[in-house]
Structures are given as C-alpha cells and as structure tokens.
Design a protein. Structure first.
Lengths: 157, 195
C-alpha cells in the first residue's frame, strides 16, 4: 500500500505491507534506528515516538495508520534541539548506562514538561511509568527531568 | 583524601559516547545492517521440561525468504556447549548448555530451532510453520521442593538439583542463639544472584 507522511519535518512516500508496524517502518525503511524495539507489545516504552504531537507506541501502530500524519522521532527532537537541555541533564547526572531506553525516556520526559512546568517527582515517575529501564534504577532519570524542569522555569522568569 | 592524585576513584568521569546514544544514533546489534545480511528467529520450547521428539521443518523451509532451518544436532558440530561455572564460586554445578537444545528442552523458552531468512518478518512467518513434537516431562519449578527425594533430578550426571551452596559458619553460632534473649528467623528471597 502506498503511504505518504511527514517524518521529522520531511515528506516520506513509501510502499508498505499493511502488517508493518511504525517502529519497523522507521527503523528498517527509513533507517531511523533511534526508535528502539524492546517488547513489541506496548509495555516497555523504548519505541515511543510522537504522532501528530502526541506520544505513542510505534510498535502498536501500523505504518499505514501514519498515512497523512506527522511523525517525530528522537532524531528529530534531538536535531531541532528541542530536548537539548534534557540531554545535557541526562549526561550530567548519568541518567543512562546502555542508553537503550533513553530515546523513549527523552520523548516521554519532554511530553511531560510540555504539559507541566513544575512536576513533582511523583508526577515525573508517573509520566515515565511506561518506560522501563534495566540499568539505572530510575533515580538519576528522575533527577535529570526534575533539574531540567527547574532550569526551564528559571529561564522563563 | 585522595592519596593517589591520578586515580579515578572519587572522581566523576564523563562518558564521551552519551551524546550519540541520546540522539538515537547508537549502534545496537539490531541497528546494524550489512549487505545481504540474513536474520535469525528462534523456535522456542513452550514447555519447562520436554523431550524433543521431532522437528518438522520441510514446509517452513520452502517458505519465501528462508535460507536455512537449523536444529541442535547440526549446530553442535560448530558450537561447543557452555558450562556455567565460575572460578570464584567453587562447587557451582552446571550441565553443558547447548546453543540450541538437543533432544530435550530444560526451560520454557529454550531454543529448539533457528530459522534463517532474508528478513525478520519472513523468518518469523517460517518459524510459525515449524512443527515441533514434544513429550512433556515433569518440571521442577519450586526451589523449596527441588531437593526433595521425590522431585526428579533434571541433570542426572550432576547427581541432584543443587547448583550451589555456600555456608557461612563463623564463631560459636549455636551458643549465641542459646544465650540470646530473643531469636528471630526469616527467609529472604532474592530475584537474581549476580546482576
């Protein structure tokens, strides 16, 4: 089936099999491998992308469902500097070890900070509860998100 | 405090590769793409303990994109089994673990066949068409019963189901308990031993 969509601001035209999910389409067809496949059934969060501005599980969306829609991946958010301060905080606070969950964490964290400028640590954990991390134990991730929220509030003043 | 000024101990050491990982530009194994690369998918035992009576793979082999379907005996010719002992855990017992099970699956999920194809989707399609006949055997899944006499021994050559035991016996323990005002007892269950 032919599909036409926008990925990270660029128009993409492709022929896809109806059963291909969005994660595999991004990774194998577009070679945007920053979106990771962890569980393939929507629970781990490693495949988190933005679809028309909302974060979704790319492993639970078919590529054909993204026809005429706008997709943003970690590569897009990173290259536009939208999450540059989050990335710096993650780096400074060692909020990643293997880095496999990190693109999904950054997508979910940015989604939270766009909605809440002053989230509590409990709210941060709640919003990231759909993103699993096997390495860090989450504490440094929550620290990094909290620190970024604070820095953004300071800059806004 | 630091009597070794050039030591890393006590210092925060930045990792230069973090930026690449956070941009989604890491190179994990599943990100790697080589020309004419094949993909492998495993058929796995649904049973915790079962004899592998037979593997019927002819129909699967004819499916589109399939390059090969490999079972345990064939792979044993090129891969030696892993014996999971550790030099710092004296007495740890382990039966040889083959890369792909031969004759018998000993845990739910153990690979019984590898399906190699030109892409992952076609390998997964073919894996569904591989028919494995199992003869279910008694499974041992309760650690507290694993050493009971009536519990089957999974690896006969190891003698029993005990993988490893370490006993710390220091000081006059029995005397200490006898002299204590109160004695508290508890069982601690840990999910994993090493991380």
């Amino acid at each position: 089936m032919p599909i036409s969509l926008e990925v990270n601001g660029e128009r993409v035209d492709a022929q896809v099999s109806p059963r291909v999910n969005l994660a595999d389409f991004l990774r194998e067809h577009l070679h945007l491998t920053g979106t990771h496949v962890g569980c393939e059934h929507g629970v781990c969060g490693a495949c988190t992308v933005r679809l028309d501005g909302e974060i979704v599980r790319a492993c639970l969306i078919l590529a054909v469902q993204a026809h005429s829609r706008s997709v943003q991946t970690i590569e897009g958010l990173s290259d536009s500097n939208e999450v540059a301060d989050l990335q710096a905080a993650f780096r400074d606070r060692n909020a990643l070890q293997c880095g496999y969950c990190t693109p999904g964490m950054l997508m979910a964290a940015q989604d939270l900070l766009k909605q809440h400028a002053d989230p509590s640590r409990a709210q941060i954990r709640e919003h990231l509860s759909g993103n699993y991390c096997r390495c860090t134990g989450y504490q440094a991730i929550v620290d990094a998100v909290e620190a970024t929220a604070l820095a953004r509030r300071e800059r806004a003043r | 405090m630091l009597d070794r000024p050039n030591s890393y101990i006590g210092k925060t050491v930045p990792r230069p590769n973090l930026d690449r990982l956070m941009q989604g530009r890491g190179q994990y194994v599943s990100d790697m793409e080589l020309p004419r690369m094949a993909h492998v998918v495993f058929v796995r035992s649904p049973h915790a303990h079962a004899k592998i009576v037979g593997i019927e793979a002819d129909a699967a082999k004819r499916m589109p994109g399939v390059i090969a379907i490999i079972a345990g005996k064939e792979l044993a010719g090129v891969v030696t089994p892993w014996v999971a002992v550790l030099s710092h855990m004296k007495g740890l017992k382990s039966a040889p673990q083959h890369a792909i099970a031969i004759d018998r699956a000993c845990w739910q999920g153990e690979a019984v066949a590898a399906v190699v194809a030109t892409c992952r989707a076609l390998a997964e399609d073919a894996a569904e068409a591989v028919v494995v006949e199992y003869e279910e055997l008694a499974a041992v899944t309760d650690m507290s019963k694993a050493l009971d006499l009536q519990t089957p021994v999974i690896h006969a050559e190891l003698g029993d189901n005990l993988a490893f035991e370490r006993i710390h016996d220091a000081g006059a323990v029995d005397q200490a308990f006898a002299d204590a005002d109160e004695v508290a007892e508890a069982d601690f269950i840990f999910g994993r031993h090493p991380a």
